[in-house]
Design a binder for this molecule. Structure first.
Ligand code: 7TS
Length: 413
């Protein structure tokens, strides 16, 4: 089978960094294909976490003692490292949150509640994750703004002509997902950002499925806000990132109030700390932030272009092998034009049954609506099975997936 991308990773070497991949279930070696939900954590990141708790654990910003100073410096520097990873100017533009969802809510509450009013419109896509869709939908209800959705066509691409119709001078926010976690579609986000700006709207790009997989440069993209999660990119859970242009974050009011985010407090009023701390109320995810910086190092050592090529290569191989089965419906764009995942259904077999049978073969996939219920409604199915790939997956593992799908077919025949 002719793959459009050559292999560029030393996958066997990479796999050594992930002991979990050696686990066996029922005598079969684990095939972990649920990376769009959460990626596995390499040894250097596990070490960074253990090292932090063994040698540096203290609260940040407060203590004058040596340990607190070391923890503070490492935590602050982690913001710079993440800024560098995504092409942001510096720590002022990088807010650490819990996850993509919290990053989205931060902007929806801090900016949306203050700025949106009846007559305003928020434009999203039909392939948004609930993190964006539900959040803007509910903020719109609170403010009287209206939400509109850019159509997804039959091939799984965004209808850009429809986007041009929907985005008007009434649009205040265009919130689009960079890579769909269900269809694998890679959206033309720079064009959509430009479209938003042509109408004086802001643009929020959900990078939860792009930052782990491809080189991302937020300045080049020119998005006003950008969000992603550490746990999908070799980092720990409990850490997400909200990137925002400095002048916009400067003008926004905080979303969460409390300690650490203030400058001066009296019984009557308070003023805010400088960026990004203004948006990081309370004790922050210190260890998680430091470990995320380590994950950035890990991925950069491999090279994000290589990561990207490897993921696309496996997605193409999986797409084509599943598609050729005849009774497997694969959703989204063609094999050679998608991110590192493939969602599908085998005939009339419910996706949950498929994933249960695959689990018997130690093949871990996700089944369900992948937090894109309206998109599944549009596809006319309640659920789909999804295999999603990362740096440590191999073509042999895709073969194991396809064999397990074959076995599922035989069981349900
Ligand atoms: N946006 C996209 C595109 C996502 O894929 C996800 C998580 C999120 C936002 C939310 O990220 P979180 O870290 O705040 O949860 N997507 C998935 C998934 O596809 N399966 O599990 C989580």
């Amino acid at each position: 089978m002719g793959l459009s991308e050559p292999e560029t990773l030393d996958v066997e070497r990479i796999r050594e960094d992930f002991p979990v991949l050696q686990r066996e279930f029922g005598g079969e070696r684990l095939v972990y294909l649920d990376n769009a939900a959460t990626s596995q954590t390499p040894e250097p990141v596990v070490e960074a976490i253990a090292d932090y708790y063994r040698h540096t654990n203290a609260n940040v910003h407060r203590g004058l003692h040596q340990l607190s100073q070391e923890a503070s410096i490492a935590y602050e520097d982690a913001h710079d490292r993440v800024a560098e990873f995504i092409g942001a100017d510096g720590r002022e533009e990088v807010v650490f949150t819990k996850n993509t969802t919290e990053s989205m809510n931060t902007v929806a509450y801090a900016w949306g509640l203050a700025e949106l009013e009846p007559g305003d419109e928020v434009v999203m896509t039909e392939m948004e994750h609930h993190a964006a869709l539900v959040t803007w939908q509910q903020i719109a209800k609170k403010t009287g703004a209206e939400v509109k959705y850019i159509r997804v066509d039959d091939e799984g691409y965004l209808d850009v002509d429809h986007a041009r119709e929907l985005v008007t001078d009434d649009t205040e926010m265009v919130s689009v997902v960079h890579v769909s976690n269900t269809l694998g579609t890679v959206n033309p986000v720079s064009d959509l950002v430009d479209l938003a700006h042509d109408h004086d709207a802001l643009a929020f790009v959900d990078g939860a499925q792009s930052v782990p997989h491809m080189p991302v440069d937020v300045e080049e993209m020119n998005a006003d806000f950008f969000a992603f999660s550490g746990h999908k990119m070799c980092g720990p859970t409990g850490i997400g990132v909200l990137y925002g242009k400095e002048h916009i974050l400067e003008e926004m009011q905080p979303y969460l109030y409390g300690g650490m985010m203030i400058s001066k407090v009296t019984f009557e009023d308070s003023t805010w700390h400088e960026l990004p701390w203004k948006f990081e109320a309370g004790t922050p995810p210190i260890c998680q932030g430091i470990a995320l910086a380590e994950a950035c190092d890990y991925l950069d050592d491999i090279g994000m272009t290589n990561v990207d090529r490897h993921g696309r290569r496996l997605a193409e191989y999986a797409h084509d092998r599943l598609q050729e089965q005849g009774d497997v419906e694969v959703y989204g764009p063609p094999g050679d034009d998608r991110g590192a995942l493939v969602s599908f259904n085998l005939g009339d077999v419910h996706a949950h049954d498929t994933s249960e049978i695959l689990n018997e073969f130690a093949v871990a996939i996700r089944a369900g609506d992948h937090c894109t219920q309206p998109l599944h409604d549009k596809l006319g199915v309640a659920a789909s099975a999804r295999a999603s790939f990362y740096i440590y997956n191999t073509e042999e593992e895709v073969d194991r997936l396809v064999e397990a799908v074959d076995s599922t077919r035989e069981l349900f025949a």
